[in-house]
Structures are given as structure tokens and as C-alpha cells.
Write a protein that binds this ligand. Sequence first.
Ligand code: 5GP
Ligand code: ZN
Length: 114
Amino acid sequence: MSECIFCKMVAGEIRPDVIYEDDDVLAFNDIHPQAPTHFLVIPKTHIATLNDLDEAQAPLVGKLFLTAKRIAADRGFAGPGYRTVLNCNAQAGQTVFHVHLHVLAGRLMGWPPG
Ligand code: 5GP
Ligand code: ZN
């Protein structure tokens, strides 16, 4: 059995606050939100980091962004704007080693990010 916390969510062993799910992706609210809206979109298949992505998974990565886009439209923050973040490895601050797209909205974002 996988020790990956996000794989446990996909398997239904841990149930996050799910906002969207289909055969390929799961989207759920971040447990420590950094903005009024902060959710994660993950592939259902385990990919540890962006470095581990292969060519065949390009459509899956596209689907992470399309899911973010659709939820943004549904929830009314597509127009005002939002930020997507994908941290890769330690220096970027990755703490969960299952690829996940952060989607943050509802406040003015600073630049550059910390
Ligand atoms: P990273 O730092 O790897 O880019 O982001 C990991 C994110 O996962 C963090 O924003 C953290 O708050 C979130 N996270 C970690 N454990 C859990 C959990 O058990 N449930 C939820 N909903 N989010 C989690
Ligand atoms: Zn995993």
C-alpha cells in the first residue's frame, strides 16, 4: 500500500474536502489555505515530482490546468484572476511528493513569490 498521502485520498482511505473528481484528476481544498480560495488539483496516478513526468503524461498535465480553469469559471474568479503554482523539489518548497497544482484566488498576489 502506498504511503503517499495524496494516493490515500485517491484510494478513498483519507477523504479531503473534494471539489471536483473524474477518472483522471481530483481537486480538493488545501488544509492550510494561503488565500481565500486555495485548492489542489492532482493526477490520480502517482507522479512524485515534475521531474518524473514523461511525454505520455502531457495530456494529464493539461487536464490539471483545464480543471483549474473550469473551477475558476464555475466559482467566478476567472475574471478577477488566480494563480497556479507547481512546486518541484526542496528548494521550491515541495512537501508532498505527488504532483499537485496549487490554485489560489480571492486576494491580490505579490510578485515575485517568496
Ligand atoms: P507543496 O508544499 O508540496 O507544494 O504543497 C503541499 C500542500 O498540500 C500544502 O499546501 C499543504 O497544506 C497541503 N496538504 C498537506 N497535507 C494535506 C492534507 O492532509 N489535506 C489537504 N487537504 N491538504 C494537505
Ligand atoms: Zn501519490
